[in-house]
Design a protein around this ligand. Sequence first.
Ligand code: NAP
Length: 279
Amino acid sequence: MKKTVLITGASSGFGQATAKLFAARGWNVIATMRTPRDIPGTFVTRLDVEKPETIRAAIDAGLQRFGRIDAVVNNAGYGLFGVFELTPDEKVREQFEVNVFGVMNVVRAVLPHFRENKGGCIVNVSSGAGVFGLPMISLYNASKFALEGFSESLSYELGALGIRVKIVEPGGVTSTKFGERSAKEANLPPNGIRDYDTFVSAANQVFDAMRASRSAARDSTSEHVAEVIFEATNDPSDRLRYVATSDILPLVEARRRTSESEYMAFMRSSFGPKLPPVG
Ligand code: NAP
């Protein structure tokens, strides 16, 4: 019997590539988005992760169409970049509404169906920013760290019910609309507080170097990330995390394989300036 996946944020980027890939591999696809646009070979329906009634309606429509849901890919999300002090509270809350509470809303809505089926798979699209902190993305970092903690804990709770939880961690992929929305949301100097200027321009040089190494990484594409999401969804093992692109491997490995003090020394040498001596 054909399996069915529901994907959030399928209007562009990873979500759209994932919808196309699952359809090409013979799955029924419920491709959800805030403003529905046709994706050939999929069933498109409206879903805004901030509006639980649209989530319920999308799940019901999908069930009516296909009879069951085997997997959910929580992909909808965006990056709020900029210096924390310069970011208004409503933007901070909006970042969590989409990247964290939005995922929880979808998980809460699908779980009764998964419990009834005694199975299912939840794939949460995190980021390298869910593994290591970088300056000027503290809010995006906070949202993806929260998503990772939520997913890890949930994997134990749901594992006992035969429901798998997976975390996919992509690095930078420029072909999606991610950069466009981040640029719109960003709160960068110059904007009244000059104290951050020196740090921001030094950090930007490091980011430029990271971007250059990323464009050299051939696997930094939406199609590749979609492949990793497909692999994670179909992996029957209890493996939790899947790093999706090679550009972030050095930082992921530094975070996971070196001691805390070595790791922090390495990051501070990249993102100085040094802390003033205490006392
Ligand atoms: P994208 O092209 O901007 O896609 C993001 C999707 O999320 C869009 O479909 C967008 O829909 C949707 N979305 C945003 N707010 C939503 C809401 N309230 N309800 C429902 N859908 C909403 O960016 P992408 O790069 O494919 O990003 C997908 C995921 O990958 C995100 O979780 C992002 O954090 C993560 N990620 C991206 C990168 C990267 O470098 N591209 C790296 C690591 C992780 P609209 O069209 O309606 O706005």
